[in-house]
Design a protein around this ligand. Structure first.
Ligand code: CMP
Length: 131
């Protein structure tokens, strides 16, 4: 079994999309192992996005992720990482296919509604950063 760390970003929580996004995973028979609505700390955000901290978009990304609570989930199924990334759609929501979470609920690169782990190594690191 594989696990993925997924969170609904502050604008998704604010817009009332937690139930909609969570139900897509549940209907797909993906198991919810942990779920928590929580305001992240600046340290958790820096650690989570360690590969992006020196990038020009990082100050804006950090402000966005700290702008309100996020809905954290640990999801489990066989091959769950790639299955979820397909369900979520490409990073730039403007190019995300209809039927994906970003393609249905988001418009921009930064405010792309959800984060999902991109590899088993990242998933382990991200899960232990938050739980
Ligand atoms: P996420 O999948 O959480 O990983 C990094 C986040 O940075 C990404 O979603 C976006 O919210 C944000 N971001 C903003 N600009 C960029 C960019 N040019 N490339 C990648 N991610 C970006």
């Amino acid at each position: 079994m594989e696990q993925s760390l997924v969170f609904i970003k502050p604008d998704g929580v604010e817009r009332g999309l937690v139930g909609e996004v969570l139900s897509r995973f549940e209907k797909r028979m993906i198991q919810v192992k942990r779920a928590e609505l929580r305001q992240l700390t600046p340290e958790e955000v820096d650690s989570h996005y360690e590969e992006h901290v020196s990038k020009p978009f990082y100050p804006s990304l950090k402000e966005y992720i700290l702008s309100g609570p996020v809905f954290l989930m640990v999801l489990e199924a066989e091959n769950v990482i790639s299955i979820i990334r397909t369900m979520v759609g490409v990073t730039n929501s403007a190019e995300a296919a209809p039927g994906t979470i970003r393609g249905d609920f988001a418009l921009t690169m930064q405010n792309n509604i959800v984060h999902a782990s991109d590899s088993p190594e990242s998933a382990q690191r991200e899960i232990s950063n938050f739980f």
